[in-house]
Unconditional design. Structure first.
Length: 206
């Protein structure tokens, strides 16, 4: 099994430089980093990522909180998250909250206890107090699928306004005059946003 010394010899640098390039790549030049990376590949060296993570105070783990893992809608999203996370060297833990606040809290504690680096929320409810006064103390997290306009959180979602308009226009072009809407929970800002957009366009179309 290749060692760090083997990598150093191939790259023509010291073992200290190899360690620095792997643990703190921003502290070495791009040319040195490239030589070390090439040497790692050539030698087959496998750095101890667990030790590196501890030293950098990282777990290289993300927690995804899902309302219902059995829902195929969320399954596709999780697959994409896992693919992107894997490319960056992260593991993904799935937390099925079953819409229960207490389960969400236990998942959030993984971040506060440094067992995970961040949260990805796929549901409508935030698992912690996110009032304005507390937002500065929030753990790293991203809202996906849903959004909360009152919160200053990174959010990933589609253009819901355009999607709502296209859905109504499609049915209208087919000649339908009475359009029913199946909405999500009243507590969902996203569901309310879509519903308002659909109602407005229906009113315009008569």
């Amino acid at each position: 099994m290749a060692t760090m010394k083997d990598v150093a010899e191939l790259a023509g640098v010291s073992t200290a430089t190899v360690s620095r390039a792997l643990m703190n790549p921003e502290k070495v030049s791009s040319a040195t980093r490239k030589k070390v990376e090439d040497a790692v590949v050539e030698s087959g060296y496998c750095p101890n990522t667990m030790v590196r993570s501890v030293k950098r105070n990282e777990s290289k783990t993300l927690v995804v909180i899902v309302p219902d893992l059995c829902d195929p809608y969320f399954s596709e999203i999780i697959r994409g998250i896992e693919h992107a996370a894997s490319e960056q060297g992260y593991l993904v833990l799935h937390g099925d909250s079953h819409q229960q606040k207490c389960r969400d809290n236990s998942l959030v504690n993984l971040v506060y206890s440094k067992q995970a680096d961040g949260l990805i929320l796929l549901g409508t409810d935030l698992p912690i107090d996110a009032s304005k006064a507390e937002q500065k103390n929030l753990p790293p997290m991203v809202m996906a699928c849903e959004f909360a306009p009152e919160l200053e959180l990174p959010t990933v979602h589609i253009d819901n306004l355009t999607a709502s308009f296209e859905a109504v226009n499609y049915l209208a072009q087919l000649g339908h005059k009475q359009i029913a809407e199946i909405t999500g929970p009243d507590t969902s800002a996203l569901s309310n946003f879509r519903s308002q957009a659909i109602s407005k366009l229906c009113a315009v179309l008569g």
